[in-house]
Every structure is written in structure tokens, then in C-alpha cells.
Design a protein around this ligand. Structure first.
Ligand SMILES: Cc1cc2nc3c(=O)[nH]c(=O)nc-3n(C[C@H](O)[C@H](O)[C@H](O)COP(=O)(O)OP(=O)(O)OC[C@H]3O[C@@H](n4cnc5c(N)ncnc54)[C@H](O)[C@@H]3O)c2cc1C
Length: 500
């Protein structure tokens, strides 16, 4: 068989080292993996909030949660707290976990909607363990066999991106990856078919490989600069194109959630780590100057800044083909969606899984390439639509930015999903969606986008009994939360040698 013997990974940021660690673990000695990175160029240095899939990713590498947390100064993340998004002063949490319980085949939201219409119950979050823990600054790990859906929640990590890349690097190198610290100065194409033949390094050395994985960041050194693959620009829906990022001292106990606060032309994040906080302001340069954006960022940070804010510009969208000839792009080289729902690292994970599943031989069969490209495009588009929803549903009217978002036409599949939910309370699930029913419910209800009706079968249930069970659910979540650790105590006890 015409097998692939040599993989070259270009770039040693989060994407490059995650790919190296995972592919090396998967293929063992069947392929040689070489990673080329340039310490002169460096990495983007942000990307610190994750979603729960990251835990499965490192579990598969043989790492456990607490070891990873210690190695990366991590804290626990139960979800994202959205402030000032729906209206100024509003707040809700998008948790990793379920709401309430399905009863006789009817999803929980329908019962909640009926009672909510009559103003008999509180927010949807009152029936989520993840939200209840987060609101109380608590944390516990989920039980293995939950007694009911009510106890189902999940969690992710806030970690130091540089330390996480180092952890991935140790794992990859230990398993056999070769690392070269050099700058690639030229990409050499094969005359016959335009495939990548080799890379020239600044040392003059020439390195050839069968398959190249482009993890070179926004520039897309191979996929774009050499192969001219093209980029689909989504800035008509996602206006934010710039960020200022800065780290600050950690002076208060860390929250078990990422905090994202809407501003007049974008939003600000706060990601608590054990040893510092990560902060950033993502905004639209069409609606705000750098100076204004930077001032907003620093004015909203109470702790001492650890360095000058760093500017990062980006274009929302995706590479037209993530896989082109013998090059597959991952991470920022493949595309970028603003980090509102912490999806970039998760898209790296799914990209790596797809490489394993569709791994080619040297004939580079087009059907595998097509499948990879189609599913990658769908995945990015689904995440894009989920993020667009946050802007479309806002009722903020305090700036041209928000007025534009409210008035904009959204992609057709998102429009259908919104209309269907509004009409019936049903959330349609599309292929390759990263976010499931509870996440869509969190955003719809957090923005007070409530259906006109609920599933009529709910009327078969006795209203008093329903109310009673809602009360019990709420109480049992409060009890579970009271029994959990304070998040800071959990970190101090299990995840660090530092104490607060
Ligand atoms: C403002 C912002 C906030 C973000 N927040 C989050 C978040 O909270 N959660 C999340 O999941 N994601 C987040 N992301 C995305 C996340 O940072 C990236 O997905 C992740 O870091 C992967 O980056 P990368 O490895 O693709 O690129 P990079 O980190 O840019 O690495 C590129 C690598 O390529 C190498 N390279 C480039 N050119 C050459 C050359 N000529 N020769 C040799 N080597 C070269 C560099 O040396 C480097 O090693 C955020 C992104 C931004 C912009």
C-alpha cells in the first residue's frame, strides 16, 4: 500500500501540539511526525476558555483532570455568564448541562414554558445544577451514575494556553514526535500537481513530507500563502474583528465560569486562572477605535495589569477548503470565530478526529478530502450561527453596532431554527452541531426569546402537581449546591500547591 510515512506539522501553538500529541498517540510508530515551529515568531498566546470536550481529548492521551489542572494553573468552568447582552443590566448563565427532566417524552422546556407564561416559576436556570453551582461559586465533579437528569452537568477548564501547549508538547515528544525550531522561509510545490513537496528552513535545510498539517496561525502559511485556497468571510454577520488582550493579577477567588460582558461595540471577557486572570475586549473596528476599545478594557479591570494590552486583528470566517491537496489546516489556519462560546480549541479537537478517521494514503483520494471539507464547513457554520444568535437577539439599543445586529438578516438555517422555536418551543437539531438543545435553550431564554406556545400535551398534567415538582427540583438543586465545595476550596485542595 502507498502509505503515508511522514507527517509534517507546521506550527507549535495549541493546534500544532494538540495535533502532534493526538496523532502520535494514535499512529504510534507507523508514521514519523515532525513539528516545525519558530520561537522567533511565537504563538498567539490566548485561548484559555474551553468546553467539556477538551477533557475527553486529554483523557484519551492518558491524562487526568487534576494533573492537567495542576500543570496548567487551571480553574473549573461550569459555563459562561453573560452580562448586559439581552439588555444593559441583564444576566444569565449558559451552563454545560441539562435543564430539568423530560417527562413522558415531553421535553422539560414545554412544562417550564407553560408555568412561565403564568409567571409561576423562575428562570430556566433555576432548574439546572450547573447554573445553581455557578451562581453560588461552587464546584463538584458530576456523579458517575446520576440518579436523574436533574443531576446531569458537565464542566471544562480555564487554563494557561502556553502551559497547555507545553503539556501537549511533552506528551508528543515523549511518544516520538521530532521538534524543529526554525523558520520556514519557502514552501516548495511539486510541478506536476501543485502538491507540497518540501519546506525550506532558514537554516537552508529542506524537509519533505507526505502530509502537511498547517497549524501556522491566521496567516495559513501553507494552506493560503502557498496553495491560495481562499477564505469565506463572515463579517456581514459577525462584526467583531479586533481584540485587545491583557493579563491581570488574581486578587479575588476565581469564579467557576467565564464572564463575558457586552460593551457598546463588542464584548469583554474575564477568564480566571489560579495565578492570574485573562482579560480581553473583542470589538468591531467599524464601530469603535482602538483607543476607545483599549480604554474600555482597562477601565473594567480592577486588578493590576501584568503587561500592556496586546492587539490582535482577525477576520471571522473559514478557509474555503480545510483540506487542499496534501495539506490539512487546523486551528487559526483553518478559520476563526470569535471566542464568545470558547469553540476554537474544540474545533481543533474535531479536526484531529476527522484526520484520524479519514486518514489518506499517498494517492489522496478525493472522496476523503471532500468529506473532510464538507463536514468541517458544516461544523464551522453551525458554530457561526450559534454565535450570530447572541447578537441577533439582543435588545440593546445604545449604539449603532447593536442596532445593526438587530436589523441584520441571519443565515437561512438559523432563521428557520429561530422561527420554529418561537412558534412551537421545539429546537431542531442539525447535523454537525457542536451545541445541543440545552445550549440553545440557554441562549433563547437568556435573551427572553420565548415561544408563543408549548407542546399541548403538557395540559394533560395537573398544574398543581407540576408546580410541586418544580419546587422540589429547585430545592434539591439548592441542597446539592450547598453540599458542594466552594470553587476556590476545590482548587486549593485538589488542583494546586498554592492556597488562597
Ligand atoms: C482574542 C482571541 C481569544 C481567544 N480565546 C479563545 C478561547 O477562550 N478559547 C478557545 O478555544 N480559543 C480561543 N481562541 C483561539 C485560540 O487562541 C486558537 O484556536 C489556538 O490558540 C490555536 O492557535 P494556533 O495554534 O492555530 O495558532 P498560533 O498560536 O498562532 O501558532 C502558530 C504557530 O505557527 C508557527 N509559525 C508561523 N509561521 C511560521 C514559519 N514561517 N515558520 C515556522 N513556524 C511558523 C508559530 O511559531 C506558532 O508556533 C482565541 C483567539 C483569539 C484571537
Amino acid at each position: 500500500m502507498n502509505t503515508i510515512n511522514n507527517i509534517i506539522i507546521v506550527g507549535g501553538g495549541t493546534a500544532g501540539w494538540m495535533a502532534a500529541a493526538s496523532l502520535q498517540q494514535h499512529f504510534k510508530n507507523l508514521v514519523n511526525i515532525t513539528l516545525i515551529e519558530s520561537s522567533e515568531i511565537g504563538t498567539i498566546g490566548v485561548g484559555e476558555a474551553t468546553i467539556p470536550t477538551i477533557r475527553e481529548f486529554y483523557h484519551n492521551l492518558g491524562m487526568n483532570d487534576l494533573d492537567v489542572m495542576r500543570a496548567t494553573n487551571a480553574t473549573c468552568k461550569l459555563g459562561i455568564q453573560f452580562n448586559d447582552w439581552y439588555q444593559q443590566g441583564s444576566q444569565f448563565i449558559h451552563p454545560f448541562g441539562l435543564y430539568g427532566q423530560t417527562l413522558r417524552g415531553i421535553e422539560f422546556q414545554h412544562f417550564w414554558l407553560k408555568l412561565k407564561q403564568k409567571n409561576l416559576v423562575g428562570d430556566l436556570g433555576d432548574y439546572s445544577l450547573g447554573v445553581t453551582l455557578a451562581k453560588n461559586n461552587k464546584f463538584t465533579t458530576p456523579v458517575k451514575n446520576p440518579p436523574s437528569a436533574l443531576s446531569v452537568f458537565d464542566w471544562a477548564l480555564h487554563f494557561d494556553a502556553t502551559l497547555f501547549a507545553q503539556l501537549m508538547r511533552s506528551s508528543a515528544i515523549e511518544k516520538g514526535t521530532t521538534r524543529i525550531d526554525a523558520k520556514i522561509t519557502q514552501v516548495n510545490l511539486r510541478e506536476a500537481d501543485g502538491f507540497i513537496e518540501s519546506l525550506t528552513l532558514d537554516s537552508g535545510k529542506i524537509i519533505g513530507g507526505d502530509l502537511l498539517i498547517d497549524c501556522s496561525g491566521f496567516r495559513g502559511l501553507i494552506i493560503e500563502e502557498a496553495l491560495h485556497t481562499g477564505y469565506e468571510d463572515w463579517s456581514q454577520w459577525l462584526l467583531c474583528d479586533t481584540a485587545f488582550a491583557v493579563q491581570s493579577e488574581a486578587t479575588t477567588v476565581p469564579a467557576p465560569y467565564t464572564k463575558v460582558t457586552a460593551q457598546s461595540a463588542g464584548w469583554q471577557w474575564k477568564i480566571p486562572l489560579q495565578h492570574r486572570n485573562g482579560n480581553g475586549h473583542v470589538f468591531s473596528s467599524r464601530f469603535m477605535s482602538d483607543e476607545q476599545a483599549c480604554t474600555i478594557l482597562t477601565n473594567n479591570i480592577n486588578e493590576k495589569l501584568l503587561h500592556e494590552p496586546r492587539k490582535i486583528s482577525f477576520k471571522p470566517g473559514r478557509r474555503k477548503q480545510a483540506w487542499n491537496k496534501n495539506c490539512i489546516a487546523l486551528g487559526l489556519a483553518a478559520g476563526f470565530l470569535e471566542p464568545l462560546e470558547s469553540t476554537s480549541i474544540a474545533l481543533i479537537e474535531t479536526g484531529i478526529e476527522k484526520i484520524k478517521r479519514l486518514f489518506p494514503d499517498n494517492s489522496f483520494n478525493q472522496s476523503a478530502i471532500d468529506e473532510f471539507n464538507e463536514t468541517t464547513a458544516l461544523e464551522y457554520e453551525r458554530v457561526r450561527d450559534f454565535i450570530i444568535l447572541h447578537y441577533k437577539l439582543s435588545e440593546r439599543n445604545d449604539s449603532d453596532f447593536w442596532r445593526y445586529c438587530q436589523a441584520m438578516e441571519v443565515p437561512a438555517m438559523l432563521k428557520h431554527k429561530m422561527e420554529l422555536f418561537k412558534a412551537s418551543g421545539y429546537v431542531v437539531r442539525y447535523r454537525w452541531e457542536m451545541f445541543h438543545l440545552p445550549s440553545w435553550l440557554a441562549i433563547f431564554t437568556g435573551f427572553n426569546y420565548l415561544p408563543e406556545s408549548y407542546n399541548p400535551a403538557v395540559d394533560n398534567f395537573d398544574e398543581q402537581q407540576l408546580l410541586e415538582s418544580f419546587k422540589k427540583m429547585h430545592q434539591s438543586l439548592q441542597t446539592a449546591s450547598a453540599d458542594a465545595y466552594d470553587h476556590a476550596d476545590f482548587i486549593a485542595k485538589y488542583c494546586t500547591t498554592n492556597t488562597y
